[in-house]
Design a protein around this ligand. Structure first.
Ligand code: ADE
Length: 250
């Protein structure tokens, strides 16, 4: 069983529309939808925002639904200046940018795990990248030309990159710079990925974090994020997961 998570309803709504033979269960203020997604058994859930919300949702997916793999799909703010709205980042290393137990430990070190980051399995990275590339190649089939124009999405691309997660919406150059200066080569920032990665690491199951850039993590980010989430985030989630699952079935 594969677990699919998004932090907002808008990130998973289209996927829920595609789920067949659905059974829903509510536990701890989350509703888990089990069923068949593009011919694969899956359970889909909207986790709510932040590291705690994400971690508790992953634990439930593992313990109650016995998932053996986890995919997170959602949006992120760009830290890498070459990334544009509509580009996709597939996780490589995931850092918790707000973890800081100095002077007891190094900045960012995850207590007792002796780790600064969690790594996505290379095979998972490559499969997700190929799926996102197939989706973007045909993006005009799923997203209207008006929407593509509005968000200035011209030739969107996919990269495999490092992700910084923390309980903070990044909306200023000052905060962006702090992340950039402290951590190596960060592609984008969001609020759940590294928490999901930590729980999956601790339980020994593979994970992939797939993030579409919704904003530049600057003073415009709240507006850009809200518009992106409202209109096209769900098309990206559905399109990429469809490509991933249907390709594996082929
Ligand atoms: N998710 C999407 N945009 C974000 C931002 N600017 N900061 C944190 N999480 C985000």
């Amino acid at each position: 069983m594969i677990g699919i998570m998004g932090a907002m309803p808008e990130e998973v709504n289209n996927l829920l529309d595609q789920l067949k033979d659905v059974k829903s269960t509510t536990i701890g203020m989350r509703t888990y939808y089990e069923g068949v997604l593009f011919a694969k058994p899956a359970v889909i859930v909207f986790s709510r925002w932040g590291k705690v919300a994400a971690a508790t949702t992953v634990s439930t997916l593992l313990l109650k639904f016995k998932v053996t793999e986890l995919i997170f799909t959602g949006v992120a703010g760009a830290i890498n200046h070459t990334l544009k709205v509509g580009d996709v980042v597939i996780s490589d290393k995931l850092f918790q940018h707000d973890m800081d137990a100095r002077p007891l430990m190094a900045q960012y070190e995850i207590p007792l795990l002796n780790k600064l980051f969690f790594e996505t399995e290379q095979e998972k990275q490559e499969e997700a990248k190929a799926a996102a590339e197939r989706f973007l190649k045909n993006i005009k089939k799923t997203i209207s030309s008006e929407d593509l124009e509005e968000f200035r999405i011209k030739s969107p691309r996919v990269i495999i990159g490092n992700i910084a997660s923390g309980d903070r919406f990044i909306a200023s150059n000052t905060d962006k710079n702090i992340i950039e200066e402290g951590l190596p080569n960060i592609a984008c920032v969001e609020m759940e990925g590294a928490a999901v990665a930590q729980v999956c690491y601790e339980f020994g199951i593979p994970f992939t974090i797939i993030r579409t850039i919704s904003d530049a993590a600057d003073t415009q980010s709240d507006m850009d994020f809200t518009k992106f989430i409202a209109s096209i985030a769900s098309n990206y989630s559905e399109g990429i997961i469809r490509e991933l699952f249907e390709h594996e079935n082929a």
